[in-house]
Design a protein. Structure first.
Length: 419
C-alpha cells in the first residue's frame, strides 16, 4: 500500500509528488504530465503570469523555470511573457528531474476502503493508498453557459477544448467572454484570417497594465509590491499569504473568490485584439439554436435591447466552476460525504485535507478556501509543502485517525515538522 496516491500530473500534482518523495513517502503519481497544457491550449498562446511566478515547486527550488530557460539559451525576464509550449516543456523537464516516475495511466475511480483508498486505472488495475491527493486541474470543471449546452460540439466548444485553432481558418467564429482566454483566442483566430468577434457581458473590456520594472525606487515597492498575482498589497496578500487568507470568514472568502482578479486581458495582447477583432459589449446570450450553417444566437443588452447573430461556430471562453459534484472520478459514497462551502466546492482544512480524512485536494477546487492564487501555477508551491505536511500528519495518526471528525482536525496540536 502506498503512503500517497497523487491523481494528476500537472503543475500541482508534480509539485506535490516532488515534495512527497523528498519527505520519504512511498508515493505514486498518475496522469499524463502537463496534459492540459500540451493538449488543450492552442499553439501561439503565452503564459499570462510572470516567469518568476510560474515555477513548479520542489523542496530545494532547484528546478525553476528560469533554470530551464537558461539551459536552452532563453532568458526568463520580468515583463516578457513565456510561450505556453515552452512552459509545457518545462513541466516535462521538471517531471523527469524533480518528481518520482509518473504512471501515465488515467485514474478513473477513487473509492474509500478500510485504512485508506483504492484507485482504479483506465485499464482496470486497482492500487491502494493510505492517502490520496486529487490534483485534477481545471478540465473537469469546464463551464459552458446554459443557453449553449444543448448544441453539438460541432457548433459550440469551450476554449479549453482546442490544441490548435486551424480548423477555424477562414471561418466565422464568435467567442464569448471578456477574459484572457477569450481575448487571446480571438487574436489567434484573427491571425488565421477568421471572421471573429467577441461577445462580452460587461460594458467595457478590462486590461492588465504593463507590470512595473523589477528594479525600482524603494518607495514604489512599498506602495505597490510585486506579487505572483500582480502588483499591489491586495494581490500580494492573495498570492503570498494563502494560509492567512483561509482564516478569513467564509462569506468574505466567497466574495473575494467570486470577484477578485476578474476578467481582463494581458497588456501584450491588447493591440492585436484592437487591430483585428470585433468586440460587441453589453451582450449576453439568452438562447441559441442550430442552423444549416452553424448557430443563431439571441442576445440581450442594457435597457431590454435584443439582437440576433448568426455564426458558424461559438467558442465559450467562460471559465470553470469547481464544485464537488463535478469530481466524477470519486465514488458516490465518497463524493457525497464531502462537506461543501456556499459555492459548492468541497471545504478543505489548513493542510488541504477535505472533510473525508485522508483525501486531500489541490488546485482550482481549493480557491474558495485558500484564495485566488490557487487558480494559478503560483499557488503550487504553498500547496505542495502544506499538503505533504498534512499527509505526514495523517499518516502518523495511524489507522485510528481515519475516524477523527473533520471539525476536530482543525484544533490538532501544531506539527513539529513546521518549526
Amino acid at each position: 500500500m502506498y503512503d500517497l496516491l497523487v491523481v494528476g500530473a500537472g503543475p500541482y500534482g508534480l509539485s506535490i509528488a516532488s515534495h512527497a518523495a523528498a519527505a520519504g513517502l512511498n508515493v505514486r503519481v498518475f496522469g499524463r504530465p502537463m496534459a492540459s497544457w500540451r493538449d488543450n491550449m492552442p499553439r501561439g498562446m503565452f503564459l499570462k503570469s510572470e516567469p518568476w511566478a510560474s515555477n513548479l515547486s520542489d523542496p530545494e527550488a532547484r528546478w525553476r523555470l528560469d533554470v530551464y530557460c537558461a539551459g536552452r539559451g532563453v532568458a526568463a525576464r520580468h515583463g516578457e511573457p513565456i510561450p505556453l509550449d515552452m512552459f509545457a516543456e518545462y513541466g516535462l523537464w521538471f517531471a523527469r528531474n524533480a518528481a518520482p516516475p509518473v504512471d501515465e495511466r488515467m485514474v478513473t475511480r477513487v473509492a474509500p476502503r478500510a485504512g485508506g483508498f483504492e484507485a482504479t486505472t483506465a485499464d482496470g488495475e486497482v492500487l491502494r493508498g493510505r492517502t490520496v491527493a486529487l490534483a485534477v486541474g481545471v478540465l473537469p470543471f469546464v463551464e459552458i453557459p446554459a443557453a449553449l449546452r444543448g448544441l453539438s460540439p460541432d457548433q459550440v466548444s469551450h476554449s479549453s477544448h482546442h490544441a490548435d485553432l486551424d480548423r477555424f481558418r477562414g471561418r466565422d467564429v464568435t467567442v464569448i467572454g471578456g477574459g484572457q482566454a477569450a481575448l487571446e483566442t480571438a487574436a489567434l483566430l484573427a491571425d488565421l484570417d477568421s471572421r471573429v468577434r467577441v461577445l462580452v457581458r460587461a460594458d467595457q473590456l478590462f486590461w492588465n497594465d504593463v507590470p512595473p520594472p523589477w528594479q525600482r525606487p524603494w518607495w514604489q515597492s512599498v506602495r505597490s509590491p510585486h506579487s505572483g498575482l500582480g502588483p499591489g498589497w491586495r494581490n500580494w496578500f492573495y498570492s503570498e499569504r494563502p494560509g492567512l487568507y483561509r482564516r478569513l470568514a467564509e462569506p468574505t472568502r466567497a466574495r473575494i473568490a467570486a470577484t477578485a482578479l476578474g476578467p481582463a486581458g494581458a497588456w501584450w495582447v491588447r493591440e492585436r485584439v484592437e487591430a483585428g477583432v470585433e468586440v460587441l459589449l453589453d451582450r449576453e446570450v439568452t438562447a441559441a439554436r442550430a442552423t444549416v450553417d452553424g448557430v443563431r444566437l439571441d442576445m440581450a443588452g442594457a435597457g431590454g435591447r435584443t439582437a440576433t447573430l448568426e455564426t458558424e461556430h461559438v467558442i465559450a471562453a467562460t471559465g470553470f466552476r469547481a464544485t464537488r459534484d463535478r469530481l466524477g472520478l470519486l465514488a458516490d459514497e465518497l463524493r457525497s460525504t464531502l462537506v461543501t462551502a456556499a459555492d459548492g466546492a468541497p471545504e478543505v482544512g489548513r493542510d488541504f485535507e477535505s472533510s473525508y480524512p485522508g483525501l486531500f485536494l489541490a488546485g482550482l477546487i481549493t480557491a474558495a478556501g485558500f484564495g485566488p492564487a490557487m487558480r494559478f501555477v503560483h499557488g503550487a508551491g504553498f500547496t505542495a509543502g502544506t499538503l505533504v505536511r498534512g499527509v505526514r500528519r495523517r499518516l502518523r495518526s495511524g489507522p485510528a485517525g481515519w475516524g477523527i471528525p473533520a471539525g476536530r482536525r482543525e484544533s490538532a496540536a501544531p506539527d513539529p515538522v513546521r518549526s
